[in-house]
Ligand binder design. Structure first.
Ligand code: C5P
Length: 226
């Protein structure tokens, strides 16, 4: 019986997983899961509903019942919460920090597991997150842990924001990246760590093309061996 081929890509915020996984999904013609977007939408929905970001039981209810859809468009994936287009609202640094707060709650993570696993369809899935290879898809055919120093990630983010004509303060970005790293790496459940069978790619001195080529070669190698 055919089975979905899963490529799990984990790593800290701002490391370029989004760009890499979008390219991989397109090249392989696989489904794409942006698991961070789910945590971001949950934090956004919680704020909108007036919930505290530590109110675990209410957040679990929100996680189970929020009406979230990813809609592919020519300009990229549109993220909808009910009828509301939240694509841009969930991409701010604050939304990232809020997401990392709700993501630290064990029951919230549990409530979102099946929603994430439902993305796994044939012929395959490219999954972007923090615990794709360790918790959500422990049997993934390829596991990549993409890393880069906090300073390089902050610099890339600063340039990205400036290119969009936005105000960007390097020191503030760096401190938010470090705050989020700290929470993601040190939480009790599903902390950000490479799976024991993951290939670690340090992209500090690599271009996106080099990272993409390396990831594709890992996928091709595995496919040949199956
Ligand atoms: O990847 P992204 O920056 O969109 O993720 C936002 C936050 O969601 C992360 O800082 C992390 O706390 C949380 N997250 C997580 N597990 C995932 C994906 C994201 O805990 N699989």
């Amino acid at each position: 019986m055919a089975k979905a081929f899963v490529v799990a890509v984990d790593g800290p915020g701002g490391v370029g997983k989004g760009e890499l996984t979008r390219r991989l999904a397109k090249a392989l013609d696989f489904e794409l899961l942006d698991s961070g977007a789910i945590y971001r939408v949950l934090a956004y929905a919680a704020r909108k509903a007036g919930l505290a970001l530590f109110d675990e039981d209410s957040l679990v209810q929100e996680a189970k019942f929020m009406n979230l859809t990813f809609e592919p468009t020519d300009a990229g994936v549109k993220v909808l919460l009910g009828d509301e287009d939240v694509t841009l609202a969930i991409r701010t640094e604050e939304a990232g920090v809020n997401a990392s707060k709700v993501a630290a709650l064990p029951k919230v993570r549990e409530a979102l597991l099946q929603r994430q696993r439902d993305f796994c369809v044939e012929p395959g899935l490219v999954a972007d997150g923090r615990d794709m290879g360790t918790v959500v898809f422990p049997k993934a055919e390829v596991k990549i842990f993409l890393d880069a120093s906090a300073e390089v990630r902050a610099k890339r983010r600063e340039l990205q924001l400036k290119a969009q004509g936005k105000v960007a303060d390097y020191d503030l970005i760096l401190s938010e990246i470090k705050e989020r790293d700290d929470r993601d790496r040190n939480r009790a459940v599903a902390p950000l760590v490479p799976a024991s069978d993951a290939v670690v790619i340090d992209s500090t001195d690599m271009s996106i093309e080099e990272v993409f080529n390396k990831a594709m070669s890992l996928v091709e190698e595995k496919r040949k061996g199956l």
